[in-house]
Design a protein around this ligand. Sequence first.
Ligand code: 5RP
Length: 220
Amino acid sequence: MIEKQLVGEKAADYVKDGMVVGLGTGSTVYYTLQALGKRIQEGLAIKGIPTSRQTEELARQLRIPLVSFADISHIDLAIDGADEIDRNRALIKGGGGALLREKIIANASNELIVIADSKKMVHTLGVFPLPIEVVRFGWEMTAKHIRDLGCVPRLRLKEDHTPFITDNSNYIIDAHFHAIEDPHILEQMLNSIPGVVENGLFVGMTDKMITVKRGKIQVL
Ligand code: 5RP
């Protein structure tokens, strides 16, 4: 079994009857959703709140009942992937472009379980370019302010070379920092730039991490 499947399915074990569950985005969470879909057919009663249109569509196909923020007062558990995880469990997220909704849902959840294959574990964040969601108006100026923080910012493009548009109708700038020594400070500095909606640094949010080491699942 591939590592993403191992950790994705393991995370589904933490979902219990009656929970409101934040459903992350990506190819690792794909396996969590498949496992949840199966358990729902067998009688598990949960409500899911998706972090992206892509996850919403997959959850509907799997007949996972969905709710919106208007219907709930809290989220019990969110399960999501990551692009990098450092030794303090700080994350880079947003490779799939869903970072804003992912952060809103992680922040609203009583618990965040992060699932990741072994390749995502790093000593220092930053080799993976940091995704930053920005409003379209004045994005060139916003990118200059981001560059002043010591990175090379690139507007994310689709295969047809037009800008990638998020579920919230914004752009993504991928910021090449190479090494992020203080993710907490950088997260705050980025979010204080006018035009930045949110960035993919998730600091102090991970409650549990499920990964693989030497072929074995690790829950940390
Ligand atoms: C999407 C994300 C994903 O969680 C992250 O990109 C990991 O994806 P995958 O599980 O496909 O490797 O943050 O915005």
